[in-house]
Design a protein around this ligand. Structure first.
Ligand code: ZN
Length: 152
């Protein structure tokens, strides 16, 4: 899967792309050209039309996400959702329940289906830890992006 290099003005978009499982580093200085097989997402209008560059025209992050997916012809794969740390852009790893003890609230430890953790920052995640609202916004945004075509 192609890396999606986001310029620093697109930090929130980068987090949403990570939430979908995309490799989306946010860079203070993005290269002047997209490396082979990678894309540059930027708000710099002057870069519009360069090879591999996606000029993000919108201000709202939901609109930015819809545009990025449409312009890159990306179809998010639900099995990849929540597979990266939103802060570090690193793939999360499975975490055994006994190893999650003390790192999550007790009621979560007992009830969550499973755990993952970020090998970079150590944060622990479980289904729902990104919040119900995030999932709802995500579903709504993806529904728009895909024009309601073929559910599931
Ligand atoms: Zn992390």
């Amino acid at each position: 899967m192609s890396r999606l290099l986001c310029d620093s003005m697109l930090g929130r978009l980068a987090r949403w792309l990570r939430l979908l499982g995309y490799d989306a580093p946010a860079l203070k200085r993005i290269p002047a050209q997209a490396p082979p097989g990678e894309f540059l997402l930027t708000r710099r209008k002057a870069w519009q039309g360069r090879p591999g560059v996606v000029f993000i025209a919108h201000d709202r992050v939901e609109d930015q996400l819809s545009q990025a997916l449409a312009d890159l012809s990306l179809t998010p794969e639900p099995s990849r959702f929540f597979s990266r740390c939103l802060d570090c852009n690193v793939p999360v790893l499975p975490l055994a329940r006994q190893d999650a003890a003390g790192r999550v609230p007790d009621y979560i430890l007992d009830t969550a289906e499973g755990f993952t953790h970020c090998p970079s920052c150590g944060k622990v995640f479980w289904p729902g830890s990104h919040g119900k609202r995030a999932k709802e916004r995500l579903t709504a945004t993806l529904g728009q992006a895909q024009g309601g075509a073929s559910g599931a």
